[in-house]
Design a protein. Structure first.
Length: 329
């Protein structure tokens, strides 16, 4: 019998056997809490009894935690004793080589873009690789269809980015968006939103969030001349969803640096990965080797040359990011 799995309120937060199995016998008196907000040096969590303010020990910092983490806290004072292992972690490599934690224990990643100048195939492929590398199911959400002459063309182009990729067209301000995305929500399910600034993520969070669950996300206008937002979300936060589940919003991401995403790229560019096994050499780089099955498929028109060029760029960038740097252990 699990230590906490019989608590329906805790399971509604996303607690499962995966987390319960990590709790030692002498930790049964601790309080499981899911981190819902991180603001500078302060963390707010959700426990089975409701929202709580978490305290950190003297040698602990908020940088070690991500929104969505489950922690065990002392019953009195709610000082965090330790963080539980994550079922999934959404993170991104920064330009200086550091890693930014975007969210933990996520089931689905809604990659939000708009039917205007923000729609960028290379950037969307990066998001997809990031999701697959984290073992999180991606869904591509298109907004601002009213700004496009043919929104269907955007849907078709998005659907071709990866095999079996769900693509949904929504107006983030309308309740119909909640119905369209309902298959990915439910009790205990966590969905994260990512994408550029100004594409409607915060509006979508406000539409999805249950009523009377705290302040709404700040939304900002979008400039017509460059499709960029003036005001964006600056803090990550976890919000309950009407009908069950949780949605995690995060600041807009304009630049996404790859690193340690080889498996994610293999899934996104599956047509290239599948052919690689037919190359003459097992370590074929698909650049100059004789009897390269991938280059042959490109020459025959079976693989789009532009898509192959994008794969080459991402593959090389990922290899460069993974390579040891002088002085780095």
């Amino acid at each position: 019998m699990g230590k906490f799995t019989q608590d329906a309120a805790l399971e509604a937060l996303g607690w499962s056997r995966f987390f319960d199995d990590q709790v030692a016998d002498d930790e049964a008196d601790l309080v499981p809490v899911r981190i819902a907000h991180i603001h500078r040096a302060r963390m707010i969590g959700q426990s089975a009894a409701g929202p709580v303010d978490l305290a950190l020990s003297a040698n602990d910092t908020v940088g070690a935690y991500a929104v969505g983490d489950f922690v065990l806290a002392e019953p009195l004072g709610l000082t965090v004793r330790r963080r539980l292992e994550r079922a999934s972690l959404l993170s991104r490599r920064m330009g200086d080589g550091s890693t930014q934690l975007s969210g933990a224990n996520i089931d689905t990643l809604l990659i939000v873009t708009s039917c205007n100048g923000d729609f960028s195939v290379p950037r969307l492929e990066r998001y997809l690789a990031m999701a697959h590398q984290a073992d999180i199911a991606p869904v591509l959400v298109l907004t601002k269809a009213d700004t496009a002459e043919d929104a269907g063309a955007f849907v078709a182009e998005a659907s071709a980015l990866a095999r079996d990729l769900p693509v949904r067209l929504v107006d983030p301000r309308l309740a119909s968006a909640r119905e369209t995305l309902a298959p990915w929500f439910g009790p205990g399910k966590t969905v994260a939103l990512t994408g550029s600034s100004g594409v409607g993520k915060s509006s979508l969070v406000n539409t999805l969030a249950a009523a009377d669950t705290g302040p709404a996300q700040l939304t900002g206008a979008i400039r017509d001349h460059d499709s960029m937002g003036r005001h964006t979300t600056t803090a990550r936060s976890l919000h309950p969803v009407a009908g069950g589940g949780w949605v995690l919003d995060s600041p807009g991401i304009r630049t996404l640096h790859l690193g340690e995403m080889a498996e994610g790229l293999d899934i996104v560019f599956a047509e290239i990965t599948d052919l690689a096994s037919q190359c003459r050499f097992g370590n074929c780089t698909h650049s100059h080797e004789p009897r390269c099955a991938v280059l042959a498929a490109v020459a025959r028109g079976e693989i789009d040359p532009d898509r192959f060029a994008r794969w080459r760029k991402l593959h090389d960038e990922n290899l460069a990011a993974e390579a040891p740097r002088p002085g780095r252990r």
